[in-house]
Design a protein around this ligand. Structure first.
Ligand code: SF4
Length: 424
């Protein structure tokens, strides 16, 4: 059978779809890069914003139009609105998040264990293999008032350490050079075990027991971290990059969001992290137009962001998600105002990103090449990421895809950097 897999949204969705690809391949099926060729399409949907839900529906309609495949819908949007998902063209089944780990086994009517055994035949289809996204945890026990993800994903549950280590070994046995740990609430890993563990135990175990060249962490909630956590970065294989969602720089808005932090605590954490981790890139998420965000709260948020050393930030304008408390809060902000604030914050993050990148001009950084394009003159245009998540472009004599090179940075280039290779 030919299977086409598509996903939208977070890295967790991506890691899940890659695992499904590996499982279908292990069972002898072909992963194709075009829905038109497929007999079966699986779409892993997202509901984090209204736009993400609309994009999920569009992906499913597009898959149905492309050919004659049957479509299986899974993920957060399909879990929250299974009737609407089932009503879309060509949909044969909706698999809720709670059953997602068994999706392939149940579709193929196979025993889950049989799929696991042969997973070394990892074949992520159209997805890049330089970086492997490994799911270590699902669900969240926090109660941020805007968040639909916790509703769609349920309570927090951690994967066993040995299972994570096995997945990492399998990814490294393939071509992955970088492992990215993902979860809905990554920082809570291990806290649901009978003998509670902390994420730092998992990181230490990975660094000690695998040969991972680069280990990156996806999003972490700031209240889960402390000084001792940053000491893990004495191992240079841990990428100097932290994604710490701020969501707002206004104390009052953070409270309405039920975030377990304050601007002051966040600023102290960042200061400590920058002090202990050289060249650290801190990236963040920010919501504008949250209910109750008046001019003064927005100004407070903007000035807070201006004071922080951020390498980049994703700005979202608040969209009320049915089933979340914030959808019913008073003080909803007019879309035109949210749009204006969003543009202002994006411009600010663009400036902060430029300031951060500028500090690396005339310095040398290690880059893992993710794409390589042959040029008409026979040279290669390489593009890849540094440990601190800077996108770098160089021209090279050979195809170095999936290798790590030392690069001297010479200039800014678009939203990244450009330079030349010093050593391969
Ligand atoms: S920490 Fe908050 S925003 Fe993140 S998944 Fe949990 S409830 Fe949602």
């Amino acid at each position: 059978m030919k299977v086409y897999l598509d996903t939208i949204g977070c890295r967790l969705n991506q890691s899940e779809i890659e695992k499904m690809a590996a499982q279908f391949a292990s069972a002898g099926h072909d992963i194709v890069a075009d829905a038109a060729e497929a007999d079966l399409v699986v779409v892993n949907t997202c509901a984090v914003t209204r736009e993400a839900a609309a994009d999920s529906r569009q992906l499913m309609r597009r898959a149905a139009r492309a050919g004659h495949a049957r479509v299986v819908a899974t993920g957060c949007w399909a879990t929250l609105d299974p009737e609407a998902a089932a009503a879309l063209p060509a949909v044969m089944q909706v698999v809720k998040n709670e059953d997602k780990d068994n999706l392939v086994a149940s579709l193929l009517e196979m025993d889950q264990d049989c799929l696991e055994i042969d997973e070394r035949k990892r074949l992520p289809g159209q997805h890049a293999r330089t970086r492997a996204f490994i799911k270590v945890q699902d669900g969240c026990n926090n109660a941020c008032t805007f968040c639909i993800t916790r509703v769609a994903r349920g309570r927090g549950r951690s994967r066993l350490l040995e299972d994570v280590l096995r997945d990492i070994d399998q990814a490294l046995a393939g071509e992955a050079r970088e492992v990215v740990l993902t979860g809905v609430h990554l920082g809570s890993w291990g806290q649901d075990f009978e003998n509670r563990l902390h994420l730092s135990h998992l990181i230490e175990a990975i660094l000690t027991r695998t040969d991972v060249p680069r280990l990156r962490l996806s999003s972490l909630e700031p209240w889960d971290l402390d000084r001792s956590f940053f000491e893990l970065w004495s191992d240079p294989r841990l990428c100097p990059h932290l994604h710490l969602p701020l969501q707002s720089g206004s104390a009052a808005i953070l409270k309405r969001m039920a975030r377990k932090t304050t601007p002051e605590a966040y600023a102290n954490l960042l200061e400590e992290a920058h002090r202990l981790i050289p060249d650290l890139a801190v990236t963040t998420d920010l919501i504008v137009g949250f209910p109750g965000e008046g001019e003064s709260e927005f100004a407070e948020s903007r000035e807070f962001v201006r004071r922080m050393v951020f390498a980049a930030g994703h700005v979202f304008h608040f969209s009320p998600r049915p089933g979340t408390p914030a959808a019913h809060f008073s003080g909803q902000v007019a879309p035109a105002i949210s749009k204006q604030r969003s543009a202002e914050m994006r411009a600010l993050f663009a400036d902060l990103s430029k300031n951060y990148r500028q500090t690396f001009i005339n310095r040398e950084l290690q880059v893992l090449w993710e794409t390589a394009q042959k040029q008409p003159d026979g040279s290669w245009l390489l593009e890849g990421l540094t440990g601190n998540y800077l996108r770098v472009k160089v021209s090279a004599d050979s195809n170095l895809w999936n290798q790590i090179s030392r690069v001297r940075v010479t200039q800014l280039s678009g939203e990244g950097l450009a330079g030349f290779i010093v050593s391969e």
